[in-house]
Design a protein. Structure first.
Length: 248
């Protein structure tokens, strides 16, 4: 897409969301419908990331949060979990250099210390390499659950209060939000969920308090750039009132 085409698209899609969250659902069904192993669906889903990340960056979206592996996904068959981690490793190995060249800053959200050692090391290396980049903030939710994130935030606040570093009177919404994995980022403006389900599944519950939602039956590996543009266009036509009237 040329610079002129991107500029025209930005105007068409205005206002763009600052922060987009995507629940990437449907990899397994994509493979099953084609008579393929579920692992092939996950691989196809990972390939789709490249286009969505690039388009987000090119459009000037500030942050993109992707639900890659939840705290509940450990319940899946061990062979599928191992395959997912192998794909994550491959992705970080192949893509980080290009993301870095494109000024993308990577942040892993979740209890990544509990991931397999090699996956954890790759995550840390990717974050370290890109930490000073000023372009798209790419948040990859790995071993992530919003309730667990909230509990961790509460524990952090409680410890600071107990040890005298924080007054009870100073605990407010800003204080709580600053203890989440997304500290320093704006709230989520748009949540997209592919695959036909219409629920958040423990994804960024606090950050999405005033988000707009777009649910689509399209399976994640089939979620093309055109599908993404359509979702952004739908967001642009929403009237966001934040509890008030007519956007006021």
């Amino acid at each position: 897409m040329t610079v002129a085409e991107l500029n025209a698209l930005r105007i068409t899609l205005s206002p763009l969301p600052k922060h987009v969250g995507i629940i990437m659902d449907g990899n397994g069904r994509y493979a099953t419908r084609r008579g393929l192993p579920r692992s092939m669906g996950h691989r196809a889903g990972t390939e789709r990331l490249r286009g969505i990340i690039k388009l987000s960056s090119d459009l000037g979206i500030e942050a993109l949060s992707l639900y890659a592996f939840s705290t509940e996904n450990w319940k899946r068959p061990r062979i599928e979990v191992d395959t997912l981690f192998a794909i994550f490793m491959e992705y970080f190995t192949k893509e980080v250099e290009d993301l870095h060249k494109n000024n993308v800053a990577i942040r892993a959200m979740g209890n990544i210390a509990a991931l397999p050692e090699k996956v954890y090391a790759q995550c840390m290396a990717a974050m370290e390499k890109t930490k000073n980049n000023t372009g798209l903030k790419l948040n990859i939710a790995l071993n992530y659950g919003s309730r667990a994130e909230t509990v961790n935030a509460v524990k952090s606040i409680a410890l600071d209060a107990k040890e005298g570093r924080l007054n009870i009177e100073d605990i407010d919404e800003e204080c709580v939000m600053s203890r989440l994995y997304t500290s320093g980022l704006s709230d989520v403006d748009l949540v997209i969920r592919t695959g036909g389900e219409q629920r958040l599944s423990n994804f960024m519950l606090l950050q999405s308090a005033y988000a707009e939602f777009v649910f689509t039956d399209t399976l994640w590996p089939d979620f093309s750039d055109e599908c993404y543009i359509a979702a952004l266009g739908e967001f642009a036509h929403r009237n966001r009132r934040y509890g008030g009237l007519d956007g006021k």
